[in-house]
Ligand binder design. Structure first.
Ligand SMILES: Cc1cc2nc3c(=O)[nH]c(=O)nc-3n(C[C@H](O)[C@H](O)[C@H](O)COP(=O)(O)OP(=O)(O)OC[C@H]3O[C@@H](n4cnc5c(N)ncnc54)[C@H](O)[C@@H]3O)c2cc1C
Length: 425
């Protein structure tokens, strides 16, 4: 029995590793069109910044490791050009055909391009993108940069470039940052970037890169799932444009699974299909795809849209829906926002801002934004857990959260915010 996997990064390798763990006999082969596998794309902004010193530091495992330790064959520089499912065959660039019994598609997503391409224009998605951009910075020493797109990659890139002393401007086509309809959050980010000398221009769609005079341009306006192979094979897409899968990562073709940025998942709050391409989700989807491909039934229930980003030294954590998004999804949102110290004053506590959102009808927590210098990941993860568990504000207020002066104040800011919200409901 042979499992073939297309794509050798987060979802593909999680699938291969999980399948191997569950079935020692399975023949597993991974096809990766690039030259590098298993790298942390999430570290690319820090390679640009210089905190990650060498590109190789981003590589977690090598093909040799997979061969030696996991008995998984990895074929790099090998593009799959077709899925001939009736014959259970893949066609490879160069004409070779490879048979499979089970298949996991983990082809990821690619950045939406803005034209025209030019030597000073960069996307920041692949290992090679990171190397190219870093070389450009070292050899050309540009003094000005435009970042197009104020999603998390654009904001991380802006901070990285500013660290090099460049004049950086961020252009965002929509009215919001981080893909979150949230006017308060957007205004906070705008003012914060301004303090670091980075103008953020929202509602400014860049139609052609020729309109910009900056010495360096980074484009980060979103991702499009790589679904062409799947479409040609007769695999159905969902309404998000990514591959439609069940909670076992099955496509509509028997024995063919899809996972990661090329596939949809479900939003736990709205129970509708969602495409929120993130590494954390890709790994989990891949793991479930690998288990099911190995014949063990596992499921991935979905996501609630949790993410975290550092913007010029401050963490921003989001989970669930903003008030605007919640209203559009048919909830009756009420929200409270507070700013409190993240530790006692005598431990140099710094302000953290928390917004908690609950539904008036059910009193369930449906979202949060958390901004602060420390403790943001822990606090946003508490709210993500509450959303997943369907906690009401009444339960949330009573959560037994940790306290000791080096870590948190006696009333955690989350609980102070929950008390405020409870009064409004
Ligand atoms: C700059 C940056 C920062 C990020 N930061 C974060 C973060 O902080 N937190 C977070 O959760 N996520 C983050 N992400 C997102 C995360 O990296 C992705 O969600 C994750 O890599 C998706 O994994 P994947 O395996 O689905 O796809 P990918 O990582 O895109 O891998 C797909 C692979 O498939 C290969 N492939 C495609 N087509 C073929 C074919 N026909 N034949 C053979 N191979 C093929 C591609 O070459 C690619 O290597 C970041 C992404 C970027 C770009």
């Amino acid at each position: 029995m042979r499992l073939a996997v297309i794509g050798g990064v987060a979802a593909g390798l999680s699938a291969a590793a999980r399948a191997r763990r569950l079935d020692a006999e399975l023949e597993i082969v991974v096809f990766e069109k690039g030259g590098t596998i298993s790298y942390g794309a999430c570290g690319l902004p820090y390679l640009v910044e210089g905190r990650v010193r060498r590109p190789e530091d981003l590589i977690v495992y090598t093909p040799e490791y997979f061969r030696r330790e996991r008995n998984i064959e990895i074929r790099t520089q090998t593009e799959v050009t077709g899925i001939l499912h009736p014959r259970r065959e893949l066609s490879l660039a160069g004409g070779e055909r490879v048979r499979y019994d089970r298949l996991v598609i983990a082809t990821g997503a690619r950045p939406v391009p803005i034209e025209p391409p030019a030597p000073n224009v960069f996307a920041l998605q692949t290992f090679d993108d990171g190397i190219r951009l870093r070389k450009f910075l070292e050899s050309r020493k540009p003094r000005s940069a435009a970042v197009i797109g104020a999603g998390y990659i654009g904001l991380e890139a802006a901070e990285a470039l500013r660290t090099h002393g460049m004049q950086v401007e961020v252009f965002e086509g929509s009215a919001h940052v981080l893909g979150r309809e949230d006017a308060h959050l957007t205004e906070w980010v705008r003012r914060h970037l301004e303090r670091f000398g980075i103008p953020l221009l929202v509602n400014r769609t860049v139609r052609s890169l020729e309109d910009l005079s900056h010495e360096l341009i980074v484009t980060a306006i979103g991702f499009k799932p790589n679904v062409e192979l799947a479409i040609d094979a007769g695999i159905e897409l969902g309404r998000t444009g990514a591959i439609r899968v069940t909670d076992r990562m099955e496509t509509n073709l028997a024995g063919v699974f899809a996972a990661g940025d090329c596939a949809e998942t479900r939003h736990l709050l709205t129970d509708s299909p969602a495409h929120i391409p993130l590494g954390t989700t890709a790994n989990k989807m891949g793991r479930v795809a690998g288990a099911n491909a190995a014949g063990v039934r596992e499921r991935f229930p979905g996501v609630c849209g949790t993410a975290i980003v550092r913007v010029c030294g401050t963490g921003i954590g989001i989970t669930g829906l903003s008030s605007e998004q919640a209203r559009r999804e048919g909830f009756q949102p009420a929200s409270a926002r507070i700013t409190a110290k993240d530790k006692p004053g005598y431990f140099r506590g710094r302000p953290t801002t928390i917004e908690l959102i609950a539904d008036r009808g059910t009193r369930r927590i449906v979202g949060a934004n958390i901004i602060g210098e420390e403790g943001v990941a822990g606090r946003v993860n508490v709210v993500a857990t509450a959303i997943t568990a369907g906690l009401r504000i009444d339960d949330f207020e009573a959560l037994d959260l940790a306290y000791a002066p080096p870590f948190a104040p006696v009333w955690d800011p989350l609980l102070i915010c929950a008390q405020q919200l409870s009064k409004l409901l």
